[in-house]
Every structure is written in structure tokens, then in C-alpha cells.
Write a protein that binds this ligand. Structure first.
Ligand code: NIG
Ligand code: FE
Length: 427
């Protein structure tokens, strides 16, 4: 008989509900339970409710001799584990020099066109050993776990050649196996046009279709493309994504980040799982995304770091879109995995309410990875991925801004970060 585990007496349990993305006005609807409790067995939630209801549930359910380990979470807020649906967390080298020249006035695209930017990370990733990439990737995952991220998406795309892309994928596969955080893998061969294909992006897309997609097939769940002027235009993006879909990849796009090119419209046409960034997306394309059920994944830390105007999160939700939030952790446009700062920017500058922001970084972020059936909310049957926040209620996620309130992290039913004051739960 497998033992049960229980968290009881949480000052508040706060969670969105459902197995699909919450759209528009639904995003603000949270289930809030004072004196909340969750019971789980193995890695699966079997009960949620008040602590009193948990007591009667156990009286009915516990078999003679069956063990229950309980922890008292008085004073804490209990929420689902965060899901980060957009990162480039495996890479070699750093670009602090570039960051500082951007602060002095250089633009992201100027740096990229001069051979820096993504190309600089490509060179460093090519020369890095798998061990080095694994170690730095591991360290980044550890910081994410401290911040309450229990599932993360990671992209290839610093490869330029199939061999390096394969190396990145292998590193993510090993990290997924070894580290408590689940890593959802995305193939992003179409991140920058390598120097040997300079001026011939179509030939590079042919190369990716011929070599890259077969290499990543069955290993990466998603295929993504940097659809941008002078990088991959709409027709090139569409050709690659169509080929990827035929091989079983689900689709994502970096769309309308720097200039309004119409990437969001293409994401709608292709019924991609998500379109990400969307700083410059037109009203028309956003409404097409809504009608096609494409999730808008917004990345406010990148807009902050590039000093660009934020994506129009309030408008999107008011128009009925499902919005998710991600960090976009990468060595260039956004070297930060700060969920607390991301929530501050989303609530203060994108004008999401704190309830909408919580939905965006849990259930809707899971939906952006096609995982909403099993994660992103505290409900019976979902994975026991949850966080104990050192605050009385979920409102502090925006109010106590830019601070990490996460003290306890339970991943797959195991406490992997323990609040200093809590006792019990020996494992
Ligand atoms: O999401 N825009 C393209 N890709 C990343 C940046 C990658 C990099 O600069 O290394 C992004 O912003
Ligand atoms: Fe990105």
C-alpha cells in the first residue's frame, strides 16, 4: 500500500482549474481555499479541499496500516508549480559585452547583423564540450527550482550544424533524466542563418528539412522558428513548419518580436500551439490567433532587457486570447530566469491582474507545452508539482514584487526544496 502525503493548513490554496488553457475572462477565475490541503500518492494528487475535508476524506479512505505523512503549512500559500514554456537555457559562453553595448545604444539586430548576437553564442556552443553544457545547464535548472519552476521548455538553436544541434538535444535529454525539473525539448535549427548560408536562407531551410528535422524527430516535441525580417521570412518559416508538422512536431514561433512581419497571422494559419513574443503583432493577427486557439506566450523580461514596449497583454486577454508567460532565459536578449520580476512586469506594465498572471505561469504555460491535462493546477489526477509561498495569500505574488516567495517545492510528489521552518515529510 503506497503511503499518502498531505500538506494541510495552508493559509490559502490558490489554483486555476481545468485541463485546457483558460481564455480571456476565464483567466482571472481561481479556486481559493482558506485552510487548504492537498493529499497525494506517488506523483499524483488524490484530494484537494479544506483541511477539515481532508480529515474526513482520510477517515473514509485510509486502509488499516496505511501510512500518511503530513506537514503543517500554516502561514504559507499553496499554488501549482510554475511552468516556464519558453527558454534557451542550454548554451555556451556569455554575452555580457553585448548587453553593455546595448545599454550604450547599440540595437539587438545591429549586433546580430555585425556577426555578434546569436552567432557569437553559436561559436561558443560549438566549441563547448557536452560536459560543460550539461554542467551550466544543470546550474541554471537549480536556480529555476529555487524559483519554483517545475517544468521548463528548452530550445536547441545555437548549433548552426546538425551535429551541434544533436549535442544540445542530448544535453537536454540527460538533464531531463537526471534533474527533478522536467525538460520539454524544442528543435530550433531556424534561429539564425549561419555564415556559410549568408544571403541564402532558403538553402539553409532546405538543409534543416533534409538533416535537422530527421535528427530531432521523436526527440523534440516542438519545432520553433525565429520569424523576423532578415532572419526567416514568412514563406521560409511556413515551409519549415509544414515539414516539421509532417514529421510529428508540434509548432511554436518567435513571432513579431522586433518588427511587425505577420508571424502571429502565420501561427494562426498553421494552428501552432503557441506564438511567442508578439510585441509588434497586429490586432488582426491576434484575433486570428484567438480564433485558431493559438496561445499567446508573452515574455516581458525580454522586452524589459531590450527596452522595447511590452506586448499588449491586457488587450489580448480582453479580446479573449489565452495568455501564457515565459522567461525566455537566453544569453543575449534576456539573461534572466526571474519569475518574480516577470510577474512584476506582467502585472505592473502589461496590466494583467495577479490572478491572470498566476494562471498564465501555471495552467496556460502548461497548455503552451500541450501539458495542461496533467499539470498547471492543483486538482485530483494532476501531477503533485506544487509550491509553498512565504506569504498569506496569492495577492503577494504581485504585491511583494520581484521577490522570490518560494520556500517549498514539491516535484513529482517529492519535496525538493524545504522551507526552513517546516518539519515532517522525511523524504
Ligand atoms: O527569444 N529572438 C530570438 N531568440 C531569442 C534570443 C536568442 C539570443 O539572443 O541568443 C529570443 O529573444
Ligand atoms: Fe526565445
Amino acid at each position: 500500500m503506497d503511503p499518502y502525503f498531505m500538506i494541510e493548513h495552508a493559509h490559502e490554496l490558490a489554483t486555476p482549474l481545468g485541463k485546457v488553457a483558460r481564455k480571456g475572462a476565464e483567466m482571472k477565475d481561481l479556486r481559493l481555499i482558506p485552510d487548504g490541503a492537498v493529499i497525494w500518492q506517488g506523483d499524483t494528487i488524490v484530494f484537494t479541499g479544506t483541511s477539515r475535508e481532508a480529515g474526513s476524506w482520510l477517515d473514509k479512505t485510509l486502509k488499516p496500516g496505511q501510512k500518511i505523512e503530513a506537514i503543517d503549512a500554516s502561514g504559507y500559500t499553496l499554488i501549482p508549480g510554475f511552468v516556464d514554456p519558453h527558454t534557451h537555457f542550454v548554451f555556451g559562453g556569455y554575452r555580457d559585452d553585448e548587453f553593455n553595448s546595448r545599454l550604450a545604444g547599440a540595437s539587438y539586430m545591429e549586433i546580430m547583423e555585425a556577426g555578434g548576437g546569436i552567432a557569437a553564442t553559436n561559436r561558443a556552443t560549438q566549441t563547448a564540450s557536452p560536459e560543460e553544457l550539461y554542467q551550466s545547464g544543470w546550474d541554471r535548472l537549480e536556480r529555476m527550482l529555487d524559483l519554483g519552476i517545475t517544468t521548463v521548455e528548452g530550445k536547441t538553436g545555437y548549433g548552426e550544424d546538425t551535429e551541434t544541434e544533436d549535442k544540445m538535444l542530448q544535453v537536454m535529454e540527460r538533464l531531463d533524466r537526471d534533474h527533478p525539473i522536467d525538460v520539454v525539448k524544442t528543435y530550433m535549427g531556424a534561429h539564425a542563418v549561419p555564415p556559410r548560408f549568408r544571403g541564402r536562407p532558403d538553402d539553409y531551410v532546405d538543409y534543416l528539412i533534409r538533416e535537422g528535422l530527421p535528427m530531432a524527430e521523436g526527440r523534440a516535441e516542438f519545432c520553433d522558428v525565429f520569424t523576423e525580417k532578415n532572419v526567416f521570412e514568412l514563406d521560409q518559416s511556413e515551409r519549415l513548419l509544414e515539414a516539421a508538422r509532417q514529421r510529428g512536431f508540434k509548432l511554436k514561433m518567435h513571432a513579431d518580436e522586433i518588427v511587425p512581419l505577420g508571424g502571429a497571422g502565420l501561427a494562426a494559419k498553421l494552428k501552432a500551439t503557441s506564438a511567442d513574443h508578439l510585441l509588434k503583432a497586429s490586432d488582426h493577427d491576434l484575433l486570428a490567433m484567438r480564433d485558431a486557439g493559438v496561445i499567446a506566450t508573452l515574455l516581458p523580461l525580454t522586452a524589459f532587457s531590450l527596452k522595447e514596449p511590452y506586448a499588449r497583454g491586457r488587450f489580448m486577454i480582453d479580446q479573449g486570447l489565452a495568455v501564457a508567460l515565459g522567461t525566455d532565459l537566453n544569453p543575449g536578449s534576456c539573461y534572466s530566469q526571474s519569475i518574480p520580476l516577470m510577474i512584476a512586469l506582467a502585472t505592473i506594465y502589461m496590466e494583467l491582474t495577479v490572478e491572470e498572471a498566476l494562471t498564465a505561469v501555471t495552467l496556460n504555460a502548461a497548455a503552451a507545452l500541450d501539458l495542461a491535462a496533467s499539470r498547471g493546477s492543483l486538482e485530483v489526477g494532476k501531477k503533485a508539482d506544487m509550491l509553498l509561498l512565504d506569504c498569506p495569500n496569492h495577492g503577494h505574488l504581485s504585491y511583494h514584487f520581484a521577490m522570490n516567495l518560494v520556500e517549498g517545492v514539491i516535484k513529482d510528489g517529492v519535496m525538493v526544496r524545504r522551507p526552513p521552518t517546516l518539519t515532517g515529510m522525511a523524504r
